[in-house]
Design a protein around this ligand. Sequence first.
Ligand SMILES: C[S@@+](CC[C@H](N)C(=O)[O-])C[C@H]1O[C@@H](n2cnc3c(N)ncnc32)[C@H](O)[C@@H]1O
Length: 291
Amino acid sequence: MADGKSRFDDIYARPDPRAYFTRLAPLEYEIPHHAQPVFRRTAAERAAYDDGGPGPPVVLDLCCSYGINAALLNHDVTLAELYQRYTSEPARTMTSAELAAWDKHFYAERRRPDALPVYGLDVAAPAVRYAQAAGLLDAAFTDNLEQTPPGPGLSRALRDVGLITLTGGGSYITERTFTALLDGARRPVWVCAFVLRTVSYEPVVRTLTAHGLRTTADTSRTYPQRRFTDAREQRFAVEAVRALGADPTAREEAGRFHTVLYRSRPLRVFPSPACPLAFPQSPPEGVAWDA
Ligand SMILES: C[S@@+](CC[C@H](N)C(=O)[O-])C[C@H]1O[C@@H](n2cnc3c(N)ncnc32)[C@H](O)[C@@H]1O
């Protein structure tokens, strides 16, 4: 446990995603499901925005783990189907290599025509290896940008990136990671991040602003992430949310972590004719952005 939030380190770096889904199922971890339509829409808008770059913009899924957001973005699958798949009887008896081969076929059959290249960044090497073996990630990196600058592989890859997505990682990474990513970017980068209300995103927003991005968030709309593991974790969350000036009534007080969706785009494409409704013209009440 760190900062009052239960830790799940034991399921992040396994050779395949079975333990991840098995452990998170009773907690109803659901944020990738809420992100799916948002990421699809944003990725399509970003791809439609012609930045003169070579080829389609790459999506970089930050804290990508076993490639869950890549699976949901580029394939006709739901998070519920993934829970069912990875906790099923056939999956239980396979080796990790057999599971990866089974998955490769499964995802290839469900590949969407509008699929975009996805790179993954996560410190858990076995997880990203699995995502690559299953055909979910076009490239994967394990640089810990909280501690070190990007290595040569990631530095090269950052030149292709046009959209950064994030679920479930807001309490692990800080503005240090975003600074490194945006310093290395060469194309206009949009960011779409679901961040727990127990965490202040303000330092990241300041970093994004310094890199020419404008961030908006409708803080009146929240997205549930998962149930609390116990009463102690709930107390921590309720207090943390209050300390950041938000109201936990009917949200954290009702038993789940909630997130806010933050969207960032370069000022010069804000608002863009390609996405007239994606952002409000001015920050909604209570939003914390634009240092
Ligand atoms: C809750 S999981 C989220 C996985 C996935 N995005 C999802 O929503 O299902 C958090 C992930 O953050 C990763 N992580 C922790 N610290 C990190 C860091 N400094 N840089 C990149 N990834 C990190 C962990 O290895 C883990 O896979």
